[in-house]
Design a protein around this ligand. Structure first.
Ligand code: COA
Length: 601
């Protein structure tokens, strides 16, 4: 059964790439948030610059929007294709606003609901706005659903002011013509209204922007990257902001150069980040090995897209988990995190920097197309409450005293203990204090070669074993620190659990809350770190569970396999590999089926 919360409105605009669907949606989003509404958006478009289907969806309401929900309250179709391909998602009693001529062979066929024809293209021509169809649509939407025109006018001035005054004027005219058309020609027959908002403007960020914002909050002052859809937004934001903070943004010649520049800057003491997508992460894997070996912290963001190769670059997938966790040559520890929504993207990025800095290790932040391009309101961060880890560098022993003693295992025949800085000294945590280039008395060489505690290249078996263990020890330290990093919702003694990662966890949350409201005895388990897995907490929460439903957006069940093999549980993998995210209504029946099966056992 569909559960519908009428305090929220979900509106989708669908049209051809180049018709301004995205601009219209973004404008609507900003104005809704300025009125004090919570918003969350979803957009998808083809990889061509013109043509194909562009879709922008906004869900808005009085409280935090945790997913896009299942059905649309309003569909605005700029053309016949927009109608044909999206009408199935409109509530049966939802509102359709369209601009095409229904014919006898292809009528607009709806048994219930309200349909309004608005000649958007014609009115745009009348307004003298060449690309103004989208603004006519916004004018009509504003009048139909109780949205203030003034906010939209202000938005038009801001958005198109850069183009020319004539463009602004024509678009303002288009907006007014759309509104006037509704007043003069349409009889309002629906009840859907945009929520008023509480008057407290909310900040709206895309997932890419939230990551960039999290990075500078954590102290990132160097970014190098190579543009790639859908990750480029991270770079665009940092290109504007980093220079204002005395930081640097470099557009490198490719992904290999980008990560190597980051490693150099990190070696020199900067907090660094690069962002890419699956193919770029594949190219970076050699340098990730160097980062692990030289023990240099770096944050690598992978905004996953549907692959492999160029695949479907503007479509969603969670297909890079295996690459992120296991795609290393030899034993090269790295940490993998995956934010589930916009606010989490901000927090997890800060977290990624803290781990990379504290443990001198690469951290891969797995974002997704549907998060990178999604925009949502989030509470203003309380900067006083955000923990940012700052590194303490090694110091020269006072009064000419001795360096801490290295372990003799790593000093074989012909390799004397020396009075030089033991950069890679083996402490239990796996972390050794480091220095920066130019610190007198603390010089060392960092290379990709195996080395001893003094950073001298060494190839003997004892040293090799000891140094591999040292680097791996960081992994155990991180596991200890983040051993409890699991979010759990629902009944502690439930026999059916659900689990997911990334944005699917956010959609699953929506489905689980719905089922809990209906009285289902279930629980949801979401790990906040994917490598190393928080085993202690996962095992605790999974004990007593007889069946785990795992949903993820890939064809191979990458996370499902981890849960199955690591925790020896019966896992029902629900996989979606169509370039589109899950809806709660696709998850609910899976939970029902698992519940039924467990009861039957
Ligand atoms: N008046 C004047 N200009 C307007 C307008 C209006 N009323 N409405 C929109 N525009 C402009 C926009 O400002 C934008 O111009 P800009 O690029 O100079 O900013 C342009 O028209 C496109 O409008 P927009 O709303 O941003 O997009 P759209 O809904 O028409 O869809 C895309 C176009 C996004 C699908 C397409 O351009 C695109 O970028 N495709 C993806 C390409 C890609 O990433 N490929 C992957 C390569 S690996």
């Amino acid at each position: 059964m569909k559960a519908r919360d009428t305090r929220y409105v979900c509106l989708r605009i669908a049209g051809e790439g180049g018709e301004g669907v995205i601009s219209a949606g973004e404008l609507l989003t900003r104005v809704a948030a300025r009125r004090g509404n919570h918003v969350q958006t979803f957009k998808t478009f083809p990889s061509e610059v013109r043509g194909g289907m562009a879709v922008f969806q906004i869900r808005t309401g009085p409280e935090q929007v945790i997913s896009q929900g299942d059905y649309l309250d309003v569909l605005v179709a700029f053309n016949r294709e927009g109608y044909d391909r999206n009408i199935a998602d409109l509530e049966t009693d939802g509102v359709l606003v369209f601009d095409f001529e229904p014919t006898e062979e292809a009528p607009v066929r709806r048994r219930r609901g309200v349909d309004y024809h608005v000649p958007m293209g014609e009115l745009a021509k009348e307004a003298g706005a060449r690309f103004g169809k989208n603004m006519v649509a916004l004018g009509a939407v504003a009048r139909l659903f109780g949205f203030p025109l003034e906010g939209l006018r202000e938005g038009i001035r801001r958005k198109f002011g850069k183009k020319s005054e004539a463009v602004v004027t024509a678009n303002l005219r288009a907006l007014d013509l759309g509104a006037r058309y509704v007043e003069e020609h349409l009889e309002i027959r629906h009840e859907v209204r945009f929520p008023e908002g509480d008057g407290n403007p909310r900040i709206v960020l895309s997932g890419n922007e939230a990551i960039a914002f999290g990075a500078v909050t954590a102290g990132c002052r160097f970014y190098a990257g190579y543009p790639i859809t859908p990750a480029t937004g991270v770079m665009e934001w940092l290109a504007r902001v980093l220079p204002l903070l005395d930081g640097d943004m470099v557009q490198a010649e490719d992904e290999i150069a980008a990560i190597c520049m980051c490693l150099g800057a990190s070696f020199a003491g900067k907090k660094v980040m690069t962002a890419t997508s699956g193919p770029g992460l594949a190219l970076m894997s050699e340098a990730l090995g160097l980062a692990a070996m030289a023990e240099v912290g770096v944050v690598v963001v992978d905004v996953q897209r549907a692959g492999p190769s160029t695949g479907m670059p503007t479509k969603a997938e969670q297909g890079d988990l295996n690459l992120a966790i296991f795609g290393a040559h030899s034993t090269a520890p790295r940490v993998v995190l995956a934010p589930i929504d916009i606010e989490d993207a901000f927090r997890q990025t800060v977290n990624a920097f803290n781990i990379a800095t504290k443990y001198q290790i690469p951290v891969i932040l797995l974002s997704e197309q549907s998060l990178g391009y999604c925009q949502a309101s989030m509470p203003r961060p309380d900067f006083g409450k955000i923990d940012v880890f700052e590194e303490e560098y090694a110091t020269v022993p006072e009064d000419g005293g001795d360096w801490p003693r290295v372990d003799e295992i790593t000093v074989g025949e012909g390799y004397p203990m020396t009075p030089i800085f033991p950069r890679y000294i083996r402490y239990d945590s796996g972390v050794s204090p480091r220095s920066l280039p130019g610190m007198p008395g603390l010089e060392y060489r960092a290379t990709g070669l195996e080395h001893d505690e003094y950073a001298r290249p060494r190839y003997d078996p004892e040293n090799r074993r000891a140094m591999t263990a040292k680097r791996k020890a960081k992994y155990e330290s991180i596991r200890r620190e983040y051993g409890g990093a699991v979010e759990v919702i629902g009944y502690p003694d439930a026999e059916v659990a659900v689990s997911a990662w990334g944005t699917t966890a956010s959609v699953m949350r929506h489905a689980v809350l719905r089922k809990l409201n209906e009285g289902a005895r279930i629980k949801a388990i979401f790990p906040k770190i994917l490598s190393p897995m928080p085993d202690a907490a996962m095992e605790r929460h999974l004990s007593g569970v007889r069946k785990v439903v795992v949903c993820e957006m890939n064809d191979t069940g990458q996370y499902a396999k981890i849960v199955r093999h690591r925790y020896h549980k019966e896992v029902q993998a629900v996989l979606k590999d169509r370039g589109l995210p899950f809806k709660p209504s696709e998850i609910v029946p899976q939970i029902d089926a698992a519940l039924e099966e467990v009861v039957r056992i």
